[in-house]
Design a protein around this ligand. Sequence first.
Ligand code: SF4
Ligand code: MG
Length: 343
Amino acid sequence: SKHFPVRRGPRSLLGGPRRAVHAVDDVSLRLRRGSVTALVGESGSGKSTVARLLAQLYPLTSGEILLDGRPARAGRGRAFRAYCRHVQMVFQDPFASLNPVHTVRYHLTRALRIHGRAGNSRQETEAALAELLGRVQLTPAGRYLDSFPHELSGGQRQRVAIARALAADPRVLLADEPVSMLDVSIRLGVLNLLRDLKERLDLAILYITHDIASARYFADTTLVMYAGRMVEGGDSETVTQRPAHPYTRLLLASAPDPDRVTGGGDAGSAAPEDEDTDPAAGEPPSLISPPAGCRFHPRCPMAMERCRTQTPPRFDLDDGQWAACWLYDTPAAVPAGTSGASG
Ligand code: SF4
Ligand code: MG
């Protein structure tokens, strides 16, 4: 969980009552090597916060992060640096994440040095740079190494940002909306690159997106977040073909035609969506005072009386799919652990 304290109103200067944004509540997920997990939700659902928590950009309010079964260390010590090497992040906007006054060579050499992978000679560094750029399909390396970010296309910049993350030789890549700032025509190419890297480097990739159709195309597992909570999960095919949670159904109904996104491999037809244009009916709730019970109940066409007061736990469905929704509280249903339950 992550709650950000906020102070509002005129009393705030005098130390008024503390309130908190419940950005992430009781979320639990497992990333596996050689697998892409999509975390899907509208903007403000808390999905970027999950990525930042996993990158240890800020501390958890409660809970823990395990890497290979061992608790992740915070702070400045060796264990923390090792964690950061293994868990790398790729951001939404490659232009903002690269320094405009430095070349590709500078960015990548610096990353290699920080992680002790630049080699001992100039030749070794050059070889490491060429290998990195080869991994993101920017070849020959000589054509890109001395370019500045503004001399590259958006897709090339994002490939450089991915190469920089790979310089650490990570096990986990946290990709927060990695293609949503890119032209529609090149999104599929970058997603295909990430999928290829997942296989070749045995990476665990967390793919954060508001575009559930791209999750179906790209991710092995799909998790859906709403208002700071996880509401559904399962393998991507199941979640997108047989969505169980009313919110997932709403997301899919308002997503563009999946055939236009996957396009049968046609790179010219990726999702034409923009995070700011939310086509779903209604608005996500305030996370300062989220609705009691199921947070989706004010928007849910299936809402029942208990939904207003009782938080639904996870119910296991078939084939590893689960949903946190009272609709599945049937005599045959088995609540899956306690991690979704608090009401
Ligand atoms: Fe709708 Fe109730 Fe299920 Fe929430 S728990 S999604 S309000 S039916
Ligand atoms: Mg975000």
